[in-house]
Design a protein. Structure first.
Lengths: 100, 697
C-alpha cells in the first residue's frame, strides 16, 4: 500500500503550483484554473486521510468540494465575463477601481 | 358624607370656568367673567358645605386616583385631605377669589380692557390650582399644584404683555419662585426616597391605619425609635433628626420663594405690574399664602426639628422688619401694600417657627381678608385716578369716594393692628406666642425666638407708620392733582366687594380673641377649638393634624416650652399693650408728619438711609450681580471646560482614527494579486509562528 505521505506530498505540490499561478499570472482565466488546482489539492488531502483512517467522511467531503468548485467556476466565469465587458481585458491588475 | 363626595368639584368648577373663558370667552358677554363668578360662587357654597360637615366632626382623607401602579414600594396619588385647616383655607380662597372676580368687572370690563377671556381664564386656572393645592393630601400633588400656581401668576402678572414692565416682572416672579421650588423639588424627592410616601395625614379604615403619613413615620423614628417603613434613615452620616431637618429645610426653600421671604422676596414688589385684582388674589389668598399654608400643612414634620423651627422663626422675624422698613419710603400705593404683604407673611412664618400654629393660621385668615380689602381699595383708587398710582398725586379722596375710604380705613386699621380690628388680634397672638416660647425655651432656640420677637415687635411700629402714611397721603389733605379733584366714580361691582371685606376686616378678629378668652374665661376662642378638635378621639386622633398633637410634639421633641416672665395674665396684657402701643405710636408719627392739608415729603431727612431704602437695600442689584458677576462667568468657565476638555478628548480620539485610517487604507490597492500575496504571506507567517511556538523546528 502506498503510504499517506506520498499523497500529502502530491497534494502539497499541486497546491503550490496553484498558489504560484495565482501569485504570478495576470490572466483571470489562469487564476480560475489555479484556484481549481488548489481545491483539488485539498480534495486529494481529504481522500488520502479517508484512506488512512478507513472511513468515508473524507470522501464525502471531497464530493461536496467538487460540487462547490463547480458552482464557484460558474460564478467565476461570470465575473470574468463582466470584467471583460468593463475593462475590455481579462488582466486582473488593470481592474483596480474597487479600492479607496 | 355627601359633602365630601362633591368636594372635588370645588377644584373642578374654577377649572371648567378656565376652559369656558379660554375657548368661548370672546363669544360671551363680559368676556367670560360670568363663568368665573358662577364657578367661584359655586365653589364657595360647596366649601361652606364642606366646612359645616367638618365642623360636625367629620374629616376626609382619601386617595382619588393612583397614577403609578407598577411600583409597589412607591405610590403616587391624587387625593383629598379635608380637615379643619384645609376647610378653612378653602373658604378663604373661594371667598377672596369670588370677590376678586366681581371686582374685576369694575376694574377690567368697565375700563375697556382687551384680552378679557385670557384674563378670566387665568383667574380661573389660578383659583383652581390654589384650591387643588389646598386639598392635596400628599406632597407630590401639592408640589404639582404649587407649580401651577406659579405658572398662573406668570400669566397674570404679565397680562399687559405689550408694555415693557409686566413681561419682565412676570419672568422675574416665575424665575425667583422657581429658584425656591428647585429646593422644594429636591425635598419632595428626598421625602419620597426616605419615607416612600408623601401623605400629610394617615389614611384610616375602620380605625386601622392603612397608609401611614410621612410626618407620623418621622415622629415614630424620633420619639419611639420605631423605624419600620423608613428607607433612608442614616443618610450621609446624619442621624434621623438631622436628616429630617435637612428635608424640612429643602421644602422650606419653596416656601421662602412663594411666600416671598428674605432673600427670595424681590419678585413680589415687581409683581405689582399685573392688574390690581390679580395682586389682591396673589397676596391675599393664593400664591403667597401657599408657602405658609404648606408649612402649616406639614407642621407635624417641622415640629420635630428645633433647627428648622429656629430658621423659620428667624427668617420670618427678619423679613417682617426688613420689608416694613422698605415700605416706609415708597411713593406708589401698591408698592407700600406689596412690602406690607412681605412683612405680614414674615409674621406668619415667625408664628409657625415659634410654635404658634394657631396664631399663624389666624393671621393667615385675617391677613387674607384685610389685604384683599386693601388691594381692592387701592384698585378702586387707581380706577378713580386713571391708573396713576403715585400717592403724591392723590390727596383728599376721602370726601369724593366715601365707601372706598371707610373700607380702606378698616383694612388699614386691621393691618396696623389697632384694637378691635382683625389684624390686632392675630398679630398680637403671633407676638405673644413668640414671646412666651422665647422666654420658656432653653438654649439657642429660645434666643432665636426672642431675637425674632424683637424684630417682629419693631416692625409693628413701622407697619403702623407706613399704613397711615399711605392713608393720609391718599385720602386726607387737599387734592394735589386734577384727577384727584375730579376722580372717576366707581360702580357697585367695586363697592360691593369692598363693603363685604370691610365688614369682615372689622369683625373677623372675633373668631379668636384669645386674650379676652383668657382674661374672662369665656369660651370664645373659636379658631383654637376649630383647629384643636376634641381632646380625645375624633378627627385629631385619626389624622394627627390637630393642634393638640402639634403642641405635644413641640413640647416633647423640640422642647418648646412656655414661659411667663411676669406671670401669665400680666405677660398677656403687657404683650398686647406693647404691640398696640407701638402700632399707635406709628400711627401718631404718621399723623404728625403727613396729616396736614398739604403734607410734604419727609423722607429726605433720612439722608443716605432713604437712598438705601428706595433701592430696597440693593437686593435686586446684588442678585443681578450674583447672576451676571458670579453665575455667568462660572457658566462661561464651565462652557470652556466642556468645549475644550470634554469635547477635545472626544474630537482627539476621532481625529486619531481618521488620520490612522487615511494612512492604513493605502494597502488597499485594488489589485487582486497583491491581496493574494498578502494572504499567502500571512499564512506563511502564521505557519512559521505556530511552528516556532509548537517546537517543530
Amino acid at each position: 500500500m502506498i503510504p499517506a505521505e506520498t499523497y500529502l506530498l502530491l497534494s502539497a505540490a499541486i497546491f503550490c503550483i496553484g498558489l504560484f499561478g495565482i501569485l504570478t499570472r495576470r490572466n483571470a482565466l489562469i487564476f480560475l484554473m489555479s484556484v481549481e488546482l488548489m481545491l483539488n489539492a485539498a480534495n486529494i488531502n481529504l481522500v488520502a486521510f479517508s484512506l488512512q483512517h478507513g472511513n468515508l467522511t473524507g470522501q464525502v467531503f471531497s464530493l461536496f468540494t467538487m460540487a462547490l468548485a463547480a458552482a464557484e467556476v460558474a460564478i467565476g466565469i461570470g465575473i470574468i465575463l463582466v470584467l471583460y465587458r468593463n475593462f475590455t481585458d481579462v488582466d486582473v491588475t488593470k481592474a483596480t477601481t474597487m479600492r479607496w | 358624607m355627601a359633602a365630601f363626595t362633591y368636594a372635588p368639584a370645588i377644584v373642578l368648577l374654577p377649572f371648567v370656568s378656565f376652559l369656558v373663558a379660554l375657548f368661548a370667552g370672546d363669544r360671551m358677554p363680559k368676556g367670560g367673567a360670568l363663568a368665573g363668578i358662577t364657578a367661584t360662587g359655586g365653589s364657595l357654597l360647596l366649601s361652606i358645605w364642606v366646612a359645616l360637615t367638618v365642623a360636625g366632626g367629620d374629616v376626609h382623607n382619601e386617595i382619588l386616583y393612583q397614577w403609578t401602579t407598577s411600583v409597589e414600594t412607591l405610590q403616587l396619588n391624587f387625593g383629598l385631605l379635608l380637615d379643619p385647616l384645609s376647610a378653612l383655607m378653602l373658604l378663604i380662597v373661594c371667598l377672596i377669589s369670588f370677590l376678586v372676580h366681581i371686582f374685576s368687572l369694575g376694574y377690567m370690563n368697565d375700563e375697556g380692557e382687551t384680552g378679557l377671556p385670557r384674563y378670566y381664564a387665568g383667574l380661573g386656572l389660578f383659583t383652581a390650582s390654589m384650591l387643588g393645592f389646598v386639598v392635596a393630601n400628599n406632597l407630590l400633588m401639592a408640589f404639582m399644584f404649587f407649580e401651577l400656581v406659579g405658572l398662573c401668576s406668570y400669566l397674570l402678572i404679565g397680562f399687559w404683555f405689550r408694555d415693557d414692565g409686566p413681561p419682565s416682572a412676570a419672568k422675574k416672579a416665575f424665575l425667583v419662585t422657581r429658584f425656591g421650588d428647585y429646593f422644594f423639588l429636591i425635598g419632595v424627592v428626598g421625602i419620597f426616597a426616605t419615607f416612600g410616601t408623601g401623605l400629610f395625614a394617615p389614611i384610616t379604615q375602620g380605625g386601622e391605619v392603612v397608609a401611614e403619613s410621612f410626618p407620623m413615620l418621622a415622629e415614630h423614628a424620633i420619639v419611639d425609635g420605631e423605624t419600620a417603613g423608613i428607607a433612608m434613615l442614616e443618610t450621609v452620616g446624619m442621624g434621623p433628626q438631622q436628616w429630617f431637618t435637612v428635608l424640612g429645610l429643602l421644602v422650606l426653600g419653596g416656601v421662602v420663594g412663594k411666600s416671598a421671604q428674605f432673600p427670595l422676596h424681590t419678585w413680589l414688589p415687581d409683581a405689582m405690574e399685573g392688574p390690581t385684582p390679580v395682586s389682591a388674589l396673589i397676596h391675599a389668598a393664593t400664591m403667597v399664602a401657599a408657602g405658609v399654608y404648606l408649612v402649616a400643612r406639614m407642621y407635624g414634620f417641622y415640629a420635630l426639628s428645633p433647627t428648622a423651627l429656629a430658621v423659620i422663626a428667624l427668617i420670618g422675624g427678619f423679613t417682617a422688619l426688613f420689608a416694613a422698613t422698605m415700605g416706609l419710603v415708597k411713593q406708589e400705593i401698591k408698592q407700600v401694600l406689596a412690602y406690607s404683604t412681605i412683612s405680614q407673611y414674615g409674621y406668619m412664618m415667625l408664628a409657625l417657627g415659634s410654635g404658634g400654629y394657631i396664631a399663624a393660621v389666624f393671621h393667615l385668615t385675617t391677613h387674607a381678608v384685610f389685604k384683599a380689602l386693601l388691594f381692592l381699595g387701592a384698585g378702586s383708587v387707581i380706577i378713580a385716578m386713571h391708573h396713576n398710582e403715585n400717592m403724591w398725586d392723590m390727596g383728599g379722596l376721602k370726601d369724593r369716594m366715601p365707601v372706598t375710604y371707610w373700607t380702606f380705613l378698616a383694612g388699614s386699621l386691621a393691618l396696623a393692628g389697632i384694637v378691635p380690628f382683625a389684624g390686632f388680634w392675630s398679630k398680637d397672638e403671633v407676638l405673644y406666642e413668640a414671646l412666651i416660647h422665647g422666654f420658656g425655651t432653653e438654649g439657642g432656640l429660645g434666643t432665636a425666638y426672642l431675637i425674632a420677637y424683637a424684630m417682629g415687635l419693631l416692625a409693628v411700629f413701622f407697619t403702623g407708620f407706613y399704613t397711615f402714611r399711605m392713608v393720609y397721603l391718599t385720602f386726607h389733605g387737599d387734592a394735589r392733582s386734577d384727577t384727584a379733584r375730579d376722580p372717576e366714580p366707581v360702580r357697585w361691582n367695586v363697592k360691593g366687594p369692598l363693603t363685604v371685606l370691610g365688614i369682615l376686616a372689622t369683625t373677623i378678629g372675633f373668631i379668636n380673641m384669645a386674650p379676652v378668652a383668657k382674661l374672662t374665661g369665656a369660651e370664645i376662642d373659636f379658631l383654637h377649638k376649630w383647629l384643636n378638635g376634641p381632646e380625645n378621639g375624633g378627627w385629631p386622633a385619626a389624622l394627627n393634624t390637630g393642634l393638640h398633637h402639634y403642641e405635644g410634639l413641640l413640647h416633647d421633641v423640640s422642647h418648646v416650652v412656655k414661659g411667663y416672665p411676669l406671670g401669665e395674665t400680666p405677660t398677656l396684657l403687657a404683650s398686647a399693650g406693647v404691640s398696640l402701643g407701638l402700632a399707635l405710636a406709628g400711627v401718631l408719627v404718621a399723623r404728625t408728619l403727613y396729616a396736614g392739608a398739604d403734607p410734604v415729603e419727609h423722607t429726605d431727612k433720612l439722608g443716605g438711609l432713604k437712598t438705601l431704602l428706595m433701592h430696597n437695600y440693593y437686593q435686586d442689584e446684588y442678585q443681578v450681580w450674583l447672576a451676571t458677576g458670579v453665575t455667568y462667568p462660572l457658566a462661561r468657565v464651565m462652557n470652556k471646560f466642556d468645549q475644550g476638555v470634554v469635547d477635545g478628548v472626544v474630537n482627539g480620539i476621532s481625529s486619531v482614527s481618521l488620520f490612522g485610517g487615511s494612512r492604513i487604507r493605502r494597502i488597499q490597492s485594488g489589485v487582486v494579486s497583491n491581496y493574494a500575496t498578502l494572504l499567502t504571506l500571512g499564512l506563511v507567517l502564521l505557519l512559521a509562528a505556530f511552528g516556532i511556538m509548537g517546537g517543530w523546528f
